[in-house]
Design a protein around this ligand. Structure first.
Ligand code: ZN
Length: 195
């Protein structure tokens, strides 16, 4: 059976919705990609710095609080102090990290790279989410296959898209990956007639 693979590529890390004192309202904060490391007595505090979209007021998201320098693996501390790009991205893309910091998350735009579905009776589709942001499966499929909400409901209800696991495909949000079975593609839609 042919297996198609789609990859979700995010255009930016998620933004964070916070009250900005200077702006006097809730605004979106974005990761600056910069860490702040503060040494006090025997302990270190490490933050990832966010900035308000409008005024550049900063907000520090806690990476580590009151840890001993010895407890930070060798090489890692330099990555924080050198603002290692990959490491900053890893934090900024990490939903658990953002939730632990009490952040309200604004999911970023994304594009979907991958194979076009084949004109086939049955095929598999794997959707890979390298940074497991909780994007709705329905949004991804509708975007890539150009389906309306109603058309998506139709293909789910007629089980033309199905999962081996008992998931609610209306509401399901992506984790790291999912494999779906696609039947009777291209989907015929009764509301459209063939040209
Ligand atoms: Zn502001």
């Amino acid at each position: 059976m042919k297996k198609n693979v789609w990859n979700i590529l995010y255009l930016t890390p998620p933004h964070v919705l916070r009250y900005c004192k200077k702006c006097g309202k809730k605004t979106e904060f974005f990761s600056s990609g910069l860490f702040r490391v503060n040494a006090q007595r025997k302990y270190l505090d490490i933050w990832l710095i966010y900035k308000c979209n409008c005024c550049e007021t900063t907000w520090n998201a806690t990476v580590s609080s009151r840890v001993t320098p010895q407890s930070v693996p060798s090489g890692l501390l330099e990555k924080y102090t050198n603002n290692d790009r990959d490491l900053a991205e890893k934090y900024a893309m990490n939903i658990d990290f953002l939730h632990k910091n009490g952040a309200e998350i604004v999911l970023p735009d994304y594009r979907i790279d991958g194979d076009c579905l084949q004109d086939q009776k049955v095929q598999l589709l794997e959707i890979k989410n390298q940074f497991p942001l909780p994007v709705k499966l329905s949004a991804i499929i509708r975007k890539k296959l150009n389906l309306s909400q109603k058309q998506y409901l139709n293909v789910i209800e007629s089980e033309k898209i199905r999962s081996a696991l008992p998931l609610d495909l209306h509401k399901y949000k992506l984790k790291d990956s999912i494999i779906l079975e696609i039947h009777d593609y291209p989907f015929c839609d009764k509301t459209h007639s063939e040209p």
